[in-house]
Write a protein of this length. Sequence first.
Length: 289
Amino acid sequence: MALFIPDRPANHHLEKYGPGRASSVPSMRTLILLLTVLVAAACARSVRTDNLQTLKRVWHQADEETLVVFDVDEVLITLEDRTRDTFGHPTFRQLAREATAQAVTEEQKAAIEHKLSLKYVLPRRVLVEETTPALIQELQSRGIKTIALTACRTGPYGVLESLERWRIEDLLSFEIDFSQAFPEIDRHLYHDLVPPGARYVPAFEKGCIFSAETPKGKVLKAFLERHQLHPRRVIFVDDLLSNHKSVRGELEPLGIEVISVHYQGARRFLRQTVDDQQVRDQFHRLFAE
């Protein structure tokens, strides 16, 4: 288990020994006690699980000053058989970049984008846990702000007029609706957060933050600051440790407590490892059709 050490453990001051004391340094017993407190506090801020329903203590901590943030892919929904998901494989992405770079005319570029956009609409997606929509609804019924933070890209793409609208409607098909979290905030684009050379603009729409090609922590921080939101605590559920590090690194300096839930429930959908040749075969079949 990764330990996320809080900036200030409850017992962070060690007594200074004055003149006449038996020792000028803390005793071994004191150091062990301090280490125990640190580890316990760290574990309280981090948990790894493959079942969200087992985290009753975490959900019990949530109150009206808490913001609950869910990743989407591999947390809320996933492909029915992730073995068939070669689109996210490094080899597939490399082949896609090469094909795009070879396109000369706008028609050729549009045709390639059309093919690549099918990766969003063709695979069948399912809930990772059937009970997750009810969990989200229960949090919402308690007045707890609950949103999504997804790395999904934004804007038009191939057959899709809007990747944001496709993502939101896909979630709605599973009875997952984040729009009630901040209905007063209209669709918002964060143009200044786009990394150099990147194409996709981070956005917020109907309770969903789309980080696109920007680190999740940076976009979540910008969302909170620009809309003057001040949660005391953020419960962040994501399957990637890099995203947990990004969110903690941006929010903890603001004095926001971050409880990280490293979620691994979607692993059971990966029935076997996808090899490089399978990826190449699927890529060529996609462009041959």
